[in-house]
Design a protein around this ligand. Structure first.
Ligand code: KIV
Length: 277
């Protein structure tokens, strides 16, 4: 069913059932107004830990806390009626043990109303994914470039080239076997993304992984041209809102300095206008 025709949010199983069908649409959101804008158009909205870089000016996602994810998750949820919300588990909130992951995932689900959580990792996270799913927490996995591991991956490089491709395929198979309902593939070469999509039974959601995936996700501030500190190759800018916003601020500053703003239509008369009978 198209996102616009839907009256209620899909469940993780509805997303899983979209494997091989009409591509699944997703964007990140961090605030209520942005969530409202995308609700009718997206199948699921991701409250990504990219919020740390995009809205809080952090240098990476590593400094994002569970409290930040809950606050932004609550804000996004208020703006959604038709799209499912997935909330990222931040760095340090799930890696220690399946029990730690459950405690924090349960808190995120209970306090935000999320339909699922997302966590980074493949074979090494399979036990944790199975633990969460067995306890009622739907999990979206995230493999390929996993930004919470940039310090061990050596930066934001394309993942899975050459012999590393087999490991990535094994990661995708492991998270699917553990019960993840979908898997994000980030910065994965086109042919490998196509092979993973063909071989794993759950939807692949690509970000820098080609149109061969079962769906796509982008960081909303990237595709709107609001986040301009850098632009990854896989981002297409559908608008240049950052430039427009700066031009608007410059025009306002100029009009304040020249007293062109506020004009007559923006001020109040001494006496209230007579009410018309
Ligand atoms: O945090 C995020 O925005 C993400 C997407 C890049 C998939 O995880």
């Amino acid at each position: 069913m198209s996102a616009t025709a839907r009256k209620t949010a899909p469940l993780p199983d509805d997303i899983r059932a979209r494997k091989g069908g009409t591509p699944i649409v997703s964007l990140t959101a961090y605030t209520t107004p942005m969530a409202e804008l995308m609700d009718a158009h997206c199948d699921f909205v991701l409250v990504g830990d990219s919020v740390g870089m995009v809205l809080h000016g952090l240098p990476s996602t590593l400094g994002v806390t569970i409290e930040m994810m809950i606050l932004h998750g609550q804000a996004v949820k208020r703006g959604l009626q038709r799209a499912m919300m997935v909330v990222d588990m931040p760095f340090g909130s799930y890696e220690e043990s399946p029990q730690q992951a459950f405690r924090n995932a349960a808190r995120i689900m209970a306090e935000t109303g999320a339909g699922a959580v997302k966590l980074e990792g493949g074979q090494g996270m399979a036990e944790t994914i199975a633990f969460l799913v067995a306890r009622g927490i739907p999990v979206m996995a995230h493999i390929g470039l996993t930004p919470q591991s940039i310090n061990t991956l050596g930066g934001y490089k394309v993942q899975g080239r050459g012999s590393a491709g087999a490991r990535l395929l094994a990661d995708a198979q492991a998270v699917a076997a553990a019960g993840a309902f979908a898997v994000v593939l980030e910065k994965v070469p086109q042919t490998l993304a196509g092979r993973i999509t063909a071989e794993v039974p759950i939807p692949t959601i690509g970000i820098g992984a080609s149109a061969g995936c079962d769906g796509q996700v982008l960081v909303v501030d990237d595709m709107l041209g609001l986040f301009t500190r850098f632009k990854p190759k896989f981002v297409k800018r559908y608008a240049t809102l950052g430039e427009q916003a700066e031009a608007a601020v410059a025009a306002y500053a100029e009009e304040v300095r020249t007293r062109a703003f506020p004009a007559d239509e923006h001020v109040f008369a001494d006496a209230a206008p007579e009410a018309k009978s």
